[in-house]
Design a protein around this ligand. Sequence first.
Ligand SMILES: *Cc1c(COP(=O)(O)O)cnc(C)c1O
Length: 389
Amino acid sequence: MSSQNPVFIPGPTNMPEELRKACFVPTLDHRSPAFGKMFHPAVAGVKRILRMTEGEVFILPSTGTGGWEAAISNTLSPGDTVLAPRFGMFSHRWIDLCQRHGLTVQVIETPWGQGAPLAAIEAALRADTGHKIKAVLATHNETATGVRSDIAGIRRAMQASQHPALFLVDGVSSIASMPFDMAGWGVDVAVTGSQKGFMLPAGLAILGVSPKALAAMQTARLPRTFFDFADQIRTNASGGFPYTPPVGLIAGLARAVEMLEEEGLEAVFARHHRIAEGVRRAIAAWGLQPCAASPDLYSDTVTAVVVPEGKNGTDLVQLAAQKYGVAFGVGLGEVAGKVFRIGHLGMLTDVMMLAGLATAEMCMADLGWDIPLGSGVAAAQNYYRATAV
Ligand SMILES: *Cc1c(COP(=O)(O)O)cnc(C)c1O
């Protein structure tokens, strides 16, 4: 029965039964109007969730990582320079992907636990008087450290330096869970996947692309075939797809958008914030700290908890899985062993979160960490009691 336990990893997230059913569609001819009937509402819904006023949405059979590849290969050419802060495993992996595609990455090394450094980004853009930098890359929510960066602030830095670079944003673990404003923030490509805020199985890369990024496509020379936006535009217009689309996932996405909008996006964001705040109260009661360096950086979708001196976060994650059948996230890269991660996004309620916190406490007691059973749970309970809507 432990397969009934919710997961507390920051993706893939728990799936509502209704979405599992929505993905379960009979075979249909993707060249028939029946496909357009599920595809168009999914595209229109993603546009609303990203807060796009113009541009195109692409839904590709892939994952978030494929979304990154699509974002760069459609807008950049070999040898182009991109500017990217590195402050966690996901910003690191995007940089690696760019380098493997023959791009020159101007990396701004930033301590893990910090967010994208606005002043350093602005300084780098001001120094680039010849406009060699073709794109600025930012990870909105660094899932490895539980840090949310100020995407609007990066756009302001780009404006202040009057730099014409494209602005590419990884919103894989923020979109549909925390406020995201593609139009307001002037984002040129926003990337996400199906298995986080959209509460679906993995299998879709979901992208919002601005007119400026679509124009860049005309001269971008990085090789692309499967992820070519031009092929999508040509075929999507007539309700089709350049190859066989994963219709079940697309049907699921159309329903996921409806579910999010039935709850109301603002309510979805408020729910995530409230659940996250309860987790933070619990961590404080344990006498522990989040990896995120300051409250303005706290993510509402994932918290990386710094473990006590001499303890190993991976031990807790392994014990939780083996003994209690509950999944937490391990520390990645530089913070491997130093943190464990609590994912709190997607289909989650305060009541489910309390079970996760209680399980973490049982593991800490089992491992001999000096943290009293019930301490964090009580702090979260008090917060949830006081803020129940
Ligand atoms: C999960 C995640 C990714 C990777 O997405 P995949 O779907 O696993 O390819 C990229 N960036 C961030 C911030 C993520 O959380």
